[in-house]
Design a protein around this ligand. Structure first.
Ligand code: SAM
Length: 259
């Protein structure tokens, strides 16, 4: 019996071979180690296994095994693991690359897992257009938020192509974009400073309509006037909002933050 796509697992399958070939080519994974999230019925997986050095693919839905078994038999370099990608502890020994048509309901957590996992150098992902707009947004744009700042600090991000919703079965309610993120090796902050930076950026955007001073007041035991003085000393107006700040502003402000 044909597989009934499961909405709760974000199952929207691709079949167009030209599109799949293009994603694999632009992901630049030839002869490299690849991690796929959600192989589904294996549409992307077979092209990845053909080109990569090896592929490990994590699939939450065991009922897709009937589609994936023949591929695992065909390709010696393919290993399918039937587990929830968000629950596994990744310990990546060799530099690896994510390629995935990701389930939309966990796009952001997957991006954070990519950022936090050592030795995953790039991620080529099909994501909903709205999230792609956020990732690429610049100050004063509506979509600009903490995710935009963090992703642009950690990675160099490229939009590879737009994909119409009708390329999927079943068609989702949104159009998609394939992006490729490559971790920067020239990051300006050390590990401790980065922890401070992440917290600072997230707090700065707690409520987008509020001023930076008000959002930073969520730090425990800080005095509002001290925040105002700190901003003024660094040359910022006390009415400034997070959405007006560039990544360099956030780096400067979080680095000196001791309140
Ligand atoms: N790669 C296939 C394709 O392009 O046709 C399927 C893509 S579909 C958008 C997302 C896939 O991710 C589904 O096969 C779904 O079962 C799987 N999935 C959903 N949540 C997952 C999770 N937490 N861990 C691993 N796989 C997951």
């Amino acid at each position: 019996m044909a597989h009934q796509a499961k909405k709760r697992f974000g199952q929207n399958f691709l079949t167009d071979k030209n599109l799949l070939e293009k994603i694999v080519r632009l992901s630049k994974i030839k002869s490299l180690h690849v991690i796929e999230i959600g192989p589904g019925q294996g549409a992307l997986t077979s092209f990845l296994a053909r080109d990569a050095k090896d592929v490990i693919a994590y699939e939450i839905d065991y009922s897709l095994k009937k589609y994936l078994d023949p591929l695992e038999n065909k390709f010696d370099n393919l290993n399918i693991v039937y587990e929830d990608f968000m629950k596994i502890e990744l310990d990546i020994k060799e530099v690896s690359h994510i390629v995935a048509n990701v389930p939309y309901y966990i796009t952001t957590p997957i991006i954070f897992k990519f950022l936090e996992t050592e030795n995953i150098q790039t991620a080529t992902m099909m994501i909903q257009k709205e999230v792609a707009d956020r990732l690429n947004a610049t100050p004063n744009q509506k979509a600009y938020n903490s995710l935009s700042v963090l992703i642009q600090y950690y990675t160099k991000i490229e939009k590879l192509m737009q994909v119409n919703r009708h390329m999927f079965h079943p068609a989702p309610n949104v159009d998609s974009i394939v992006i490729r993120m490559e971790k920067r090796t020239d990051r300006l902050l050390d590990e401790n400073e980065e922890k401070k930076f992440i917290d600072f950026v997230k707090r700065s955007f707690t409520q987008k309509r509020k001023t930076l001073v008000n959002n930073l007041s969520t730090y425990p035991n800080v005095i509002k006037q001290d925040i105002i003085n700190y901003l003024n000393d660094l040359g910022y107006d006390e009415r400034i909002r997070a959405e007006q700040l560039t990544i360099d502003d956030f780096i400067k402000l979080s680095k000196g933050w001791t309140l």
